[in-house]
Design a protein around this ligand. Structure first.
Ligand SMILES: [Zn+2]
Length: 193
């Protein structure tokens, strides 16, 4: 059950009038939406409103209920939702939305980091294939240390390259977690190039 007192303490009739589009003059009086008002007739005091022309009066709940033809409970829910008080759901809507947005950004950033890493890793593996390929063609000439390493890791590099290209998200995630192992030997091979 929504607490009317909390609504009243958080939202004044003036807040509601402003939010729902009432026009104010310089004194802070508003055009009354409850009668054909051409000259501001509503004044506000202590969170309440009063129309000095048609006699309408009350608090934010009364104003909203009358404006949208709602009962008090419906008006309370509308104010709660429109002002993001989070009284109905038991949590603050704006805080919850912010939390969701932060979470979404964190996931997007993590995804971006992974994609950057994947691209770099693919480039490194391709470079290792190239070194291994050139080394094979040079046989039986003596090979350099990095050429020997490239040949030794060729099968592993092919497997990893396949995972990076066509692996399931789980396989790729596991590879990303264990990337230190791969980076160790790829750096070893590529540092001289
Ligand atoms: Zn009025």
């Amino acid at each position: 059950m929504i607490d009317f007192r909390t609504i009243r303490s958080r939202i004044t009739a003036q807040d509601a009038a402003k939010f729902y589009g009432a026009e104010f003059d310089r004194r802070g009086w508003a055009l009354c939406p409850f009668h054909g008002d051409s000259h501001p007739s509503i004044s506000f005091k202590n969170g309440r409103f009063r129309c000095w022309s048609c006699g309408a009066s009350g608090d934010a709940l009364d104003y909203t209920a009358r404006l949208f033809d709602l009962d008090s409970v419906q008006a309370a829910h509308k104010l709660d939702a429109d002002f993001g008080l989070g009284l109905s759901s038991g949590c603050n809507n704006s805080a919850e939305a912010q939390q969701k947005e932060d979470h979404r950004k964190a996931i997007a950033a993590a995804h971006q980091r992974f994609e950057t890493w994947r691209e770099q890793a693919m480039n490194k593996l391709n470079e290792i294939f190239r070194i291994a390929h050139t080394a094979l063609k040079r046989l039986p000439e003596p090979l350099s240390e990095r050429e020997c390493l490239a040949l030794r890791y060729q099968a592993r590099a092919e497997y990893l390259s396949g995972v990076l290209e066509d692996g399931t998200p789980e396989e790729q995630a596991q590879l990303y977690r264990e990337r230190k192992e791969m980076e160790k030997w790829t750096e070893q091979i590529l540092k001289g190039s």
